[in-house]
Design a protein around this ligand. Structure first.
Ligand code: AR6
Length: 176
């Protein structure tokens, strides 16, 4: 597990300031921009991002699409669409897991080996933070095992609650 732990980091703050290879956006199926992290990414990237995204033809829930980063300090943005939380019996867990898997596979396929990912679906889409965090860690560990070229995956916590949960899960990981 030690090799995996060294390749995961928790980052507390604004993903738009991160100079990694690629950041992941928690987008909507139309890729038309929105609030939360999506709004922050579009604001920092500039209007060219929205223009580019219009040409991507949307994105299905659980899938991911790549764009340039324009004025952001990273090289690329991976737009993924998380599930809207209903009651946990509508395939939400599988779809959220798929967001992490598809985003990291797409990043690696384009040579982006340091990737930052926000807590997908846990804001406007209402996914419970604890359950979402467990899925995030499981999916990221799985991908780090499968894709040795991924150097570092930052799990980004913007709010304190998410940060506390991520720290707890990270400490459990290092004990394994
Ligand atoms: N950096 C990192 N994380 C952030 C930032 C930031 N600058 N801003 C917010 N977060 P949300 P969702 C965290 O609502 O639930 C949009 O309108 C936030 O604290 O951004 O997947 C889209 O267009 C939370 O932990 O995404 C969709 O319509 C996490 O990002 C919809 O919202 C996700 O919250 C997607 O909803």
């Amino acid at each position: 597990m030690s090799n995996i732990c060294e390749r995961i980091a928790i980052y507390h703050g604004d993903i738009t300031r991160m100079g990694v290879d690629a950041i992941v956006n928690a987008a909507n199926p139309g890729l038309i921009g929105g609030s939360g992290v999506d709004g922050a990414i579009h604001l920092a990237a500039g209007p060219e991002l929205q223009q580019y995204c219009r040409g991507l033809g949307g994105c299905a829930v659980g899938k991911a699409k790549l764009s340039p980063a324009f004025r952001l300090p990273c090289e690329a943005v991976i737009h993924t669409v998380g599930p809207i939380w209903v009651d946990g019996r509508h395939g939400e867990a599988e779809l959220l897991h798929s967001c992490y898997v598809e985003s990291l596979q797409l990043a690696a396929a384009h040579g982006h080996y340091t990737v930052a990912i926000p807590a997908i679906s846990t804001g406007a889409y209402g996914y419970p933070a604890g359950e979402a965090a467990e899925i995030a860690f499981a999916a990221v560990c799985e991908m780090l095992r499968e894709l040795p070229q991924l150097r570092k995956v930052y799990l980004v916590a913007f709010d304190n609650t998410t940060h506390d949960i991520y720290q707890l899960l990270y400490s459990q990981l290092t004990e394994e």
